[in-house]
Design a protein around this ligand. Structure first.
Ligand code: ASP
Length: 348
């Protein structure tokens, strides 16, 4: 693959290793950071949101075959991006208020310490790959809207209508029913209105050499205001990788995550010595502390959902969410499985 990170970026990363950085025994380069030493993973691990079971299975297999960590993560999320039945990501994703699918994605490649992102991208099924092209071929981090689309088209990505019949149906029903006094006649009065469903996939990978990457991709909040960009394409919110420490990413209410730079904070919590699960729980406590009153219930708990997924350089992985009942997906070096997600509050 011409655009493979493994081809182009590992060479650069490898020369960095020769120049002093020691893979496996990370050196903290800034003396201000505590010198936590996380040993290198002896195994290939991928951790993802609950919809990523097929993704971590594929990513894990690719890691074992020696595929670069970012390439493996992107191959994993592409399964959801290309699946018309997943209405939360890529092709088939639920549209914005105007019926247009706008996609967000970002990625980070630990060994080369590079990042790429696209926001509000229309017409391209695989925003994660476009984000990788931003990482590979530009001196920038993020492209948005029409510019991101033109950038993708210049590399031969195909422009396609991303709205499947099923997603269009749901958008039309939402538009018809959103208000009693607008010009749209309501349909199916007894039908439960589908409102503001969200979805995303995040995959974080570490290979047996201790190299780490992360990617997050989404169609964002359904029925969002056109141009709204969530956390997924924001480096440090939707995902973050530090090749010395680990990677983390998120799904759920992006607005709550952006305010705490949640993926970055989770990696920083791991830098302070926390396990991936504890690091994610600690980030959620910050989210609660920064939530405005209108989004809290009478006991001060957020009324939305937000989940963080994390892996450290050792291959330990975990996830935490606000409300009980969630599951995440992981490849632990041998098998892919779903696991219960740690939580702050018991859902009754
Ligand atoms: N985090 C995504 C966003 O805010 C949505 C989601 O994960 O459900 O765009």
């Amino acid at each position: 693959m011409q655009d493979s990170v493994s081809r182009r970026e590992f060479l650069g990363a490898a020369s960095g290793v020769a120049a002093g950085a020691t893979l496996g025994v990370p050196l903290t380069r800034n003396p201000g950071f505590p010198a936590i030493r996380i040993p290198q993973a002896a195994k290939n691990v991928a951790v993802a949101s609950g919809n990523g079971l097929r993704g971590v299975e594929l990513a894990g297999r690719l890691l074992i075959e020696g595929t670069d960590t970012l390439d493996a993560a992107i191959e994993g999320v592409k399964i959801q991006e290309l699946d018309p039945n997943d209405q939360s990501v890529g092709y088939g994703g639920l549209p914005n208020e105007h019926g247009v699918v706008q996609l967000d994605s970002s990625c980070m490649h630990g060994p080369s310490r590079r990042a790429g992102a696209v926001g509000a991208l229309e017409g391209i099924k695989t925003p994660s790959v476009v984000a990788k092209y931003v990482l590979l071929y530009t001196d920038h981090i993020m492209l948005v809207g029409e510019g991101a689309k033109q950038f993708a088209l210049s590399y031969g990505f195909k422009e396609e209508d991303l709205l499947t019949d099923a997603s269009r149906q749901r958008w039309l029903r939402w538009r018809a029913n959103r208000g009693a006094t607008d010009d749209w006649i309501n349909v199916g009065d007894d039908e439960r209105m589908v409102a503001r469903e969200t979805g995303t996939i995040n995959i974080n990978t570490v290979n047996s050499r201790g190299d780490i990457s992360s990617v997050t991709t989404t169609s964002g909040l359904s029925w969002k205001i056109p141009g709204r960009v969530g956390d997924s394409p924001i480096i440090g919110a939707g995902q973050y990788t530090d090749n010395d420490i680990g990677a983390a990413g998120s799904t759920g209410r992006g607005e709550a995550n952006i305010k705490v730079c949640g993926a970055f904070l989770t990696v920083e919590n791991m830098r302070r010595g926390m396990s991936p699960t504890d690091a994610a729980l600690e980030t959620l406590r910050r989210v609660v502390a920064t939530t405005e009153a209108r989004l809290l219930d009478d006991q001060g708990r957020p009324t939305f959902g937000l989940t963080f997924y994390a892996v450290n350089k050792n291959g330990d992985f975990g996830a935490a969410t606000l409300w009980s009942g969630g599951q995440f997906a992981a490849f632990d070096g041998a098998t892919a499985a779903r696991h219960d997600t740690a939580f702050l509050y018991e859902r009754r």
